[in-house]
Ligand binder design. Structure first.
Ligand code: ZN
Ligand code: ZN
Ligand code: ZN
Length: 329
């Protein structure tokens, strides 16, 4: 629960007094609370409990195919998590009927499930109606949105946007589940309209928005593992330097490992047995650095590592990020 309260300040006593009201009082019974300033986007709200944001994407019919895709539901936690989340709330979801039993059950209904009372369960079992389908869709859509919000580090007061939803899809490897219309809107491309009267020769083929996104998120390079490479069979193999220019390009786009500002260069590990004659470090052993930190490192590596941490630790961080994002796959 999040609450906006206006304090009454008694400066001479050094006290700030709040009158939370009975519905908010439970928050204070739990013990310690976190107090922070009201963020800009909530400033217009009156004092009291901060309501969950309405989610316009819920009502966006063009996104229904995405939300109800089995892989998307799976990425959001799967049907058992959907069921558990429905059971966390109470009340029969079937809007008709003059009587509802206090006990609830979860009725499976494609593409997910519906929470109904025992009475309605008896009445509706084995039925298929448009209303039930709408309820089941709604539950799945709300479930996926709630899961995306959580995964992206937002709470329920945040209104999920289409680009955020697409980013979530990318993170969970669901790019191929994005419907074309959704991808076009996220990329702010005009909707694809084929005029009703057109000669075939007038139709200019357009690059699908989904393939633009797929192209952008494809791994920068794939690692190949060869346990019996020719080198492993030689007595004195010649050192092969792993060169991956696309990886270096990606490293350059990362924040500087020294100071956190945007990097300018991919720096190859020096010292630690690397960076000498014929031992220039492999491209995977590179670190994003800004020009200032890069100069600082080359001027005095020991001093640099004392100040910013050791290069190998930085490399572990960069490789970890690359693997986690699928840049290295
Ligand atoms: Zn009922
Ligand atoms: Zn820097
Ligand atoms: Zn360097």
């Amino acid at each position: 629960m999040r609450v906006i309260l206006t304090p009454e300040i008694a400066p001479r006593l050094g006290l700030a007094l709040f009158r939370p009201g009975s519905d908010v009082m439970a928050l204070f019974h739990q013990g310690r609370v976190l107090i922070e300033c009201v963020p800009e986007h909530l400033k217009h709200l009156p004092s009291g409990i901060v309501p969950a944001a309405t989610q316009p994407l819920c009502d966006d019919k063009a996104l229904l195919a995405f939300f109800t895709n089995a892989r998307v539901i799976q990425a959001a936690g799967g049907l058992s998590t959907l069921k558990a989340s429905l059971l966390r709330e109470n009340g029969c979801q079937y809007p008709h009927g003059d009587y509802h039993h206090p006990e609830m059950v979860i009725m499976p209904y494609p593409p997910g499930s519906i929470r109904i009372c025992w009475h309605c369960d008896n009445k509706l079992r084995e039925q298929a109606t448009e209303l039930l389908a709408d309820l089941a869709h709604r539950n799945v859509v709300e479930f996926v949105i709630a899961s995306a919000l959580r995964n992206l580090g937002f709470d329920d007061t945040h209104q999920l946007t289409l680009p955020e939803l697409c980013w979530w899809a990318i993170r969970y490897d669901l790019v191929d589940c994005l419907p074309e219309g959704m991808a076009r809107r996220a990329l702010r491309m005009p909707q694809d309209v084929i005029p009703s009267v057109s000669r075939e020769c007038d139709i200019v083929p357009d690059v699908p928005a989904t393939s633009i996104i797929q192209e952008k998120v494809k791994p920068v390079f794939k690692l190949k593992v060869d346990p019996e490479s020719p080198g492993t069979l030689m007595k004195r193999p010649k050192r092969i330097r792993l060169e991956k220019p696309t990886y270096l390009q990606w490293v350059k786009t990362q924040p500087c490992e020294g100071c956190g500002s945007p990097a300018d260069d991919p720096h190859h590990l020096i010292g630690w047995g690397q960076g000498g004659m014929g031992t220039k470090a492999h491209d995977v052993l590179s670190i994003p650095l800004c020009r200032t930190c890069h100069t600082e490192l080359h001027n005095d590596p020991v001093k640099f590592e004392q100040k910013h941490g050791s290069q190998p630790v930085m490399i572990i961080r960069v490789i970890d990020r690359a693997c986690s994002l699928g840049v290295l796959a």
